[in-house]
Design a protein around this ligand. Structure first.
Ligand SMILES: Cc1cc2nc3c(=O)[nH]c(=O)nc-3n(C[C@H](O)[C@H](O)[C@H](O)COP(=O)(O)OP(=O)(O)OC[C@H]3O[C@@H](n4cnc5c(N)ncnc54)[C@H](O)[C@@H]3O)c2cc1C
Length: 383
């Protein structure tokens, strides 16, 4: 397996990194603290084609794969701008529609994903169901040509800046209920949202969604009823790979800040990096981050080669490794900065909430360990 970036991928990496540096972490934090969104960064990244790198060329996208989208996620995060909407909109929603949408749905939505003008949130989590997807309570029932959705969703990122939310609901199918995905306009009558107060410094917010008999037309259902489960699963590997890339980028950003600080800060007449107690934790975190990046590259390569089952294992492992490495890297970077580590100015503690959340969402570390124990180690299902 060859993980060497192609010349085009290297150019993409350098160009996205340059764009990210022009905005930087101070911009990201200022937007978060002002309760605003990173509209300028998103708009510019869209115009330059970075948000649509994985959208098929026939719809105006870059025609690349998840490898390219992961590069975009990692490099923006490495510049201090970890954008969660990259994960929900281009990685999940665009992939689901590209893979399972009807011809008409692809033609309607994909051009907007290609230039970033369309943002779509993704809603699966529910207060009662939590990690237990089988307990999803949001339902969709057919009424004439329409579908009527009812239920509650929680922690849904970026709904306030999205045009649609891709809602996972259960439809009646004979005796059993099965999942289906609906494109619901955020201004649909019956859809209300309330902001969740989160301890994360981010310009992107989480929301509670209430769907009270929300009526959508037949063509809001992505790919038809039978497409539901495969469509849902097709979004999961891209989600895990890109969220892992975002974690790795965040970790690189924190370690770069900490290394620069350790090289210049003097307390005993020489840079603090000369103390192994300072340098070794940085080196240790760097090893963990690079290992995670290797697994991200493997997962993206397998996914782009169409080897979905193997990609599933690698994507879960990449997500796990990256989340742990990012939490370690940010914590280490704070420690190396001493008191300055907890200031807003030095721009590392501002990432604490985000990397901590990365060990919980979009899939928790425990659920990944369950998956690995069961599917890699052949252990009995534990839940
Ligand atoms: C910042 C952020 C953004 C998010 N954005 C979105 C979004 O855009 N869209 C969306 O749909 N959701 C989103 N989520 C929700 C996220 O996907 C869930 O929080 C996550 O899947 C965990 O579900 P839960 O919070 O209900 O935890 P629970 O399922 O209640 O789990 C609680 C704890 O118990 C553990 N646990 C549960 N079951 C088991 C088991 N069988 N074995 C071992 N341990 C177990 C979990 O690992 C966890 O530690 C977001 C969450 C956060 C924090």
């Amino acid at each position: 397996m060859d993980f060497d970036l192609t010349p085009q991928q290297s150019d993409l990496r350098d160009a996205v990194a340059a764009l990210g540096r022009r905005y930087g972490h101070d911009y990201f934090v200022a937007k978060a603290k002002a309760g605003q969104h990173t509209t300028e960064l998103w708009g510019e990244a869209g115009k330059l084609g970075y948000l649509g790198v994985s959208v098929p060329e026939e719809y105006g996208g870059g025609g690349g794969g998840i490898t390219e989208l992961a590069i975009v996620c990692e490099e923006l995060a490495a510049a201090g701008c970890p954008l969660l909407l990259l994960v929900v909109s281009p990685a999940i929603a665009a992939t689901v529609i590209a893979r399972h949408g009807t011809g008409e749905q692809r033609a309607r939505y994909l051009p907007g994903f290609a230039d970033g003008s369309l943002k779509v949130a993704f809603a699966i989590t529910e207060p009662e169901a939590g990690s237990n997807f089988h307990k999803l309570g949001t339902t969709a029932r057919q009424d004439g040509n329409d579908w009527v959705l009812s239920g509650r969703k929680c922690f849904i990122s970026g709904v306030d800046e999205s045009a649609y939310v891709l809602v996972v609901a259960r439809v009646a199918s004979g005796d059993r209920l099965q999942p289906a995905l609906f494109m619901v306009p955020v201004d649909a009558p019956g859809l209300t949202m309330s902001n969740l107060d989160m301890e994360i410094v981010s310009p992107e917010n989480q929301w509670l969604l209430y769907l009270d008999d929300v009526r959508v037309p037949a063509d809001a259902l992505i790919g038809g009823v039978e497409a539901g489960l495969p469509a849902l699963f097709s979004g999961l590997n891209p989600e895990r790979i890109t969220v892992a890339a975002m974690g790795a980028g965040t970790a690189r950003y924190a370690l770069e800040r900490a290394s620069a600080y350790a090289s210049t800060r003097q307390v005993w007449g020489r840079p603090i990096g000369a103390h192994q107690a300072v340098a070794h934790p940085l080196a240790h975190a760097t090893v963990q981050v690079d290992l995670a990046r290797l697994m991200i590259a493997k997962a993206a390569t397998l996914y782009d080669a169409g080897r979905d089952l193997e990609a599933g294992v690698a994507a879960n492992m990449a997500k796990y490794a990256s989340a742990e490495a990012a939490a370690l890297a940010v914590d280490t970077a704070i420690q190396v900065h001493g008191g300055n580590g907890m200031t807003t100015e030095y721009g590392v503690a501002t990432l604490l909430g985000a990397v901590r959340a990365g060990r919980i969402a979009p899939v928790s570390r425990e659920m990944i360990l369950n998956f690995v124990a069961q599917h890699v180690l052949d252990q009995p299902r534990s839940y």
